[in-house]
Design a protein around this ligand. Structure first.
Ligand SMILES: C[S@@+](CC[C@H](N)C(=O)[O-])C[C@H]1O[C@@H](n2cnc3c(N)ncnc32)[C@H](O)[C@@H]1O
Length: 288
């Protein structure tokens, strides 16, 4: 007997796959270096310094102010607030990323500031159009500091004022963190590593006498160099001293450097973490 299998003649039905709604989760935005600078460093360090810098110069309503190496714009914003609606503030920086953050912060704070991309050694502005030139913690990064001073003089109107600030030379009192880091690196990584740590920035210049001479050479008068020390509250020690701060060092040397650095910072500990002195110069001068 042959058993024939009855094949179903029914047409094959393909069930549609039930589509789940596609959920696209919003990716957490990774903060850029400039955003992290504004978020982490400005409130701790650069805003307090900006108040000191602006305290050295009296801004009058209606004045035109230039902030060179404005970064994310803290000095320009505070100047704009001090001047009110009648003043004009321009910020110049060589970094488009820093300017982008500066622009969005200024919009949020309601300050009206012009932002320009440019190099301090060749400013994108006309001669004699500012009453005040400010520059905070940018000077140590200028590869041609004399050219930058010449430009500051050029863009000021006669009677214009300059206020400039930058870090003092690294020493146990002026920059104890940097001093301890340089000493530890000299010991565990050699004198060249220690020398570099003492530099603070690529074209660092912490010598008051030499700055005074350079500022005078570019034509400024009534030059004053003031020493100031601010205390920067850095948060818990472990959050900013890590082995990975020294990626070029062998593990044992990293551990030794970090250990030394932590011991050196113990005198600066308080309930909120570590509060480190930061010594700087504020230079004021006039274009007569
Ligand atoms: C430590 S930040 C200071 C920023 C800002 N003045 C503040 O107090 O927050 C140094 C800034 O100098 C800028 N800079 C470095 N070299 C420059 C140059 N040659 N011309 C203009 N800006 C420069 C950097 O892009 C950076 O924004």
């Amino acid at each position: 007997m042959t058993v024939q299998r009855q094949l179903s003649q029914k047409p094959l039905r393909i069930r549609p796959i039930r589509k789940k709604p596609l959920i696209v989760r919003e990716q957490p935005k990774i903060a850029s270096q400039a955003e992290r600078y504004e978020r982490d460093k400005v409130p701790l360090m650069f805003e307090p310094i900006a108040h000191l810098l602006l305290g050295r110069i009296t801004l009058t309503p209606g004045e035109r102010v230039l902030d060179i190496a404005c970064g994310t714009g803290i000095v320009a914003r505070l100047a704009a607030l001090a001047l009110g609606h009648s003043g004009q503030v321009t910020g110049v920086d060589i970094s488009g990323d820093m300017l982008e953050v500066a622009r969005s912060n200024a919009l949020r704070s309601g300050a009206s500031i012009q932002w320009r991309l440019g190099d301090a050694a060749s400013l994108p502005v006309n001669d004699g159009v500012f009453d005040v030139v400010l520059s905070q913690q940018g000077f140590q990064y200028f590869s041609d500091q004399s050219a930058a001073l010449r430009e500051m003089y050029r863009v000021l109107s006669p009677g214009g004022r300059l206020a400039l600030c930058f870090a003092r030379a690294v020493g146990p009192e002026s920059q104890p963190y940097q001093w301890a880091k340089a000493s530890a690196l000299t010991l565990h990584a050699g004198s060249e590593a220690g020398r570099k740590a003492r530099q603070l920035a690529p074209f660092f210049h912490g010598d008051a006498k030499l700055i005074l001479k350079m500022v005078a050479q570019e034509g400024f008068s009534n030059i004053e160099v003031n020493n100031l020390t601010v205390k920067v509250q850095m948060g818990p020690l472990d959050s900013f001293i890590h082995e990975d701060l020294f990626p070029d060092l062998a593990n044992a040397a990293q551990t030794a450097v970090v250990g030394r650095l932590k011991r050196a910072m113990e005198p600066y500990m308080n309930g909120r973490g570590v509060e480190i002195p930061y010594g700087m110069h504020i230079v004021t001068a006039d274009k007569v």
